[in-house]
Ligand binder design. Sequence first.
Ligand SMILES: *Cc1c(COP(=O)(O)O)cnc(C)c1O
Length: 239
Amino acid sequence: MSSAPPEMPEIAVRRERILARIAASASQAGRDPAEITLVAVSKSQSEARVAAMLAAGQRTFGENRVQEAAVRWGERKARIPGLELRLIGPLQSNKTAEACALFDVIETLDRDSLARALVAHRDKMAAQRDKAAALPRLYVQVNTGEEAQKSGIAPQDADAFIAACREGYGLSIEGLMCIPPAGEAPGPHFALLAKIAARNGLAHLSMGMSGDYEIAVRLGATSVRIGEALFGARTPVEK
Ligand SMILES: *Cc1c(COP(=O)(O)O)cnc(C)c1O
């Protein structure tokens, strides 16, 4: 038996504290805490910390790169019952098949070419009678701050894009995701995302990160994506 890594108790404590804060924010807003999923963002975190998070009972993880996620989770996924993986970073169309094989949720559907790549992948799987023919659950990413460098559909184009995905391509859209601009109050961005979701009949909102998840929960988040507040600071990315 190996001894527990030093991060282990600390990570479990942090996770409990964050779950308690999520529950408190939900209650303040008259919401049921059970409606909110904690997504542990494990990108650029060490294996020891990820193992500690799994040992603490966490089963939903977010990753922002397909390749990095495949290395970390590919082999292990089938061995962890209840594991749910969410892609929260941009997806290149040529990585669609790989992403669909690994992820349970893709939160970053943000353009027509990606919608078409998903449809092509679905149709190819169906033609091969592949049991894995069902696509991952899909969220549309909205660029609420209309930032040039950020991916996501512009807010004014969101309704048309969602309709095109549903009616044009037969894709089932489960929710919306946003990343507010750094240095701006996140509240108005969360409220805008909630408004777009409501008028399109979408029940799921992925919003809120380490610094603003309590605000997001009060404004209707059904999942919060938390990295550093859960795991500790990310190590610089080595590529
Ligand atoms: C990294 C990342 C997060 C987590 O950020 P923290 O500030 O560490 O909580 C959440 N969402 C997305 C899309 C990310 O890329």
